[in-house]
Design a protein. Structure first.
Length: 242
């Protein structure tokens, strides 16, 4: 969008103000950002305004006006508690062994939904989920029901190096739809998700569990247990706190 910016400048005595400087402020009224990520990066840096109570902004990704109350950003208008806001969209490359999504989690939201649309896998296998660089403390229970015989299969993670059944990979498509709670807070992170196998000999399943490490994370990595990933988009949504 023409009005989107990436910084809220702070001018000092004797500094020359250019036409571009003045037009940016006059043209928007309030700063306009693409997402919450660019919004958070637009304040407090070198030459930028310090974030303070009463600050307004507009997010073009969700078409909302927000204000800073001195502790967190809130949306102007009716309560949006539980509503989803797009945080990021990451395109998967070609024949990659894993995908790391950076700046996915922040203090803005306590809970997130992560989904994959499109893309394929070179192997028919599991899609693993890891928080930051942590390779320990993952616990989960998984139940899968086959399509043909309605047979139930159970699996688990017991202090594993990742949640190993967060989704599925297949030459016909990728499947991931998980809710993650508390990833940025310094406490245990919870996960609950459902996935669909695109292999008619297998089935659909659900995974729930927690990460037994009380650490704050901003990033996560998806890794196929076999083969590679090609194409598709990983979208991260934040559940509005209020």
């Amino acid at each position: 969008m023409p009005n989107e910016q990436t910084t809220v400048p702070l001018f000092v005595a004797a500094e020359v103000l250019t036409a571009a400087d003045m037009n940016l402020s006059a043209g928007t009224g309030v700063p306009v950002f693409a997402t919450t990520v660019t919004r958070d990066a637009g304040f407090g840096g070198a030459g930028e305004k310090a974030l303070a109570e009463g600050q307004l902004c507009y997010l073009s990704s969700t078409n909302v006006v927000q204000y800073y109350d001195g502790a967190a950003w809130a949306t102007v208008g009716p309560s949006t508690a539980g509503a989803l806001t797009l945080v990021s969209a990451t395109t998967i490359g070609t024949s990659v062994g894993s995908v790391t999504v950076t700046n996915a989690f922040s203090a803005t939201y306590d809970a997130y939904k992560i989904v994959i649309s499109g893309g394929v896998g070179s192997a028919d296998d599991r899609l693993e989920f890891k928080l930051g660089a942590s390779v320990t403390g993952y616990y989960a229970s998984t139940q899968t029901v086959t399509y043909s015989a309605t047979t139930t299969a159970n699996d688990s993670n017991n202090n594993a190096a990742a949640w190993t059944r967060a989704g599925r990979t297949n030459s016909s498509g990728l499947s991931l739809n998980v809710d993650v709670t508390n990833p940025f807070l310094t406490t245990r992170t919870l996960i609950f998700g459902q996935y669909i196998s695109l292999n008619t000999a297998q089935g659909a399943g659900s995974t729930s569990g927690f990460h037994n490490v009380a650490t704050s994370y901003t990033d996560f990595t998806l890794t196929p247990s076999a083969g590679t990933l090609t194409g598709g988009t990983i979208r991260v949504y934040g559940y509005q706190n209020s």
